[in-house]
Write a protein that binds this ligand. Structure first.
Ligand code: NDP
Length: 337
């Protein structure tokens, strides 16, 4: 059983060498009397920015730190090989938290979702049909109170979450602008995801760029990056605007987060700024699937993935998120069936 092990807690930018590949053995059968556990074969693993937080020792976070010396843990799509749980049987496909290894024992499978619809690429269950999809859905519809015709800005817009937020906003008839870190991503935003405008934040004075794209201000900001971008957005918000704080990836590798200077704009513009965690919205998952599956089928929503082949490629794929190497949702293929 090949595994990706976290060597030690990490400070600063994570490196490939913070993780190591280890090969061990595993019996492809649950031990007699393993009540409730399932044994799975991991097919697709997800690289998520929030995994960076789990690489440091934290006591008060919403998820536990990884354990040095043990496999990385993250979202994945897997096939059940053996089950001691009444709700799962051999052959079932599931998505949820699993280990960065070829085979895992999931002790509390109540936390994983059974995959019912297999008429889509299975990797979608760690992207558009999984946690990032739910994040975009909950963050946009539940927190932003969006209305047709509003002016929407999305940062890290070509990524796993951002590309969906932009497309949801377009479906509703909003004016949508996205920021991303390369020309290729900017082109994708405009030509594939249908954003009205997009710009490369690395080549712009942010405040001026936002003023140019939003001469009347921003109604909704879907926040994925934090730092200087948030400050520039605050100066460009419209009266009674909403900011959904999904993530702040520009801060994740800093030992000391940057300060935000323009919070006073929340008062003068009467802006509502609210953070959220996707876990709190999983009860909406069936409703989300009912909405999104027809959109995918009819081609109204599209999804771009960045596929890394093989478990060994996972460490590089994960740290690549923090350098913007991924174009779309970063997926690692461990096995296709
Ligand atoms: P992405 O697929 O968007 O990948 C991360 C992207 O962030 C990179 O490709 C890069 O794109 C951009 N980025 C990296 N470093 C920086 C930086 N210093 N400044 C600006 N941009 C940077 O990731 P996800 O879509 O999975 O996640 C997007 C955000 O949503 C993250 O902040 C994540 O933590 C958050 N999140 C929050 C959840 C919640 O429950 N609240 C759940 C899921 C995600 P580029 O080339 O454009 O720079």
């Amino acid at each position: 059983n090949k595994q990706i092990i976290l060597k030690e807690y990490v400070s600063g930018f994570p490196k490939e060498s913070d993780m190591v590949v280890k090969t061990g053995t595993i019996r492809l059968q649950l031990p007699e009397g393993s009540k409730n556990a399932i044994l799975v074969k991991n097919l697709y693993l997800s690289c998520d920015p929030s995994m960076r937080g789990r690489m440091r020792k934290v006591e008060d976070s919403y998820v536990e730190s990884f354990t040095p010396g043990s496999p990385i843990i993250g979202y994945g799509v897997a096939r059940v090989l053996d089950s001691g749980h009444p709700n799962f049987k051999k052959g079932d496909l599931v998505w949820g938290m699993t280990g960065w290894e070829e085979y895992s024992v999931i002790k509390a499978p109540e936390s994983v979702f059974k995959i019912q619809n297999t008429n889509v690429p299975l990797s979608y269950y760690i992207g558009i049909l999984g946690m990032p999809g739910m994040t975009a859905y909950a963050g946009f519809y539940e927190l932003c109170s969006p209305k047709q015709g509003e002016y929407v800005f999305v940062s890290a817009a070509s990524g796993a979450v951002g590309q969906l937020v932009g497309q949801f906003a377009k479906l509703l008839g909003c004016y949508v602008v996205g920021s991303a870190g390369t020309k290729e991503k900017v082109d994708l935003l405009k030509n594939k995801f249908g954003f009205d405008e997009a710009f490369n934040y690395k080549e712009e004075v942010l405040e001026a760029a936002l003023k140019r794209y939003f001469p009347n201000g921003i109604d909704i900001y879907f926040e994925n990056v934090g730092g200087k971008m948030l400050d520039a957005v605050l100066l460009n918000m419209r009266l009674r605007g909403r900011i959904a704080v999904c993530g702040m990836i520009s801060q994740y590798n800093l030992e000391q987060p940057e300060g935000v200077h323009n919070l006073f704009c929340l008062i003068t513009k009467r802006v509502r700024m609210e953070g959220f965690i996707v876990f709190d919205y999983y009860h909406m998952y069936p409703k989300f699937l009912d909405m999104i599956l027809p959109h995918i089928k009819e081609g109204k929503i599209t999804y771009v993935e960045d596929i890394a082949e093989g478990l060994e490629s996972a460490p590089a794929a994960l740290i690549g998120l923090f350098a913007g190497h991924n174009v779309g949702k970063q997926v690692v293929v461990v096995a296709r069936e």
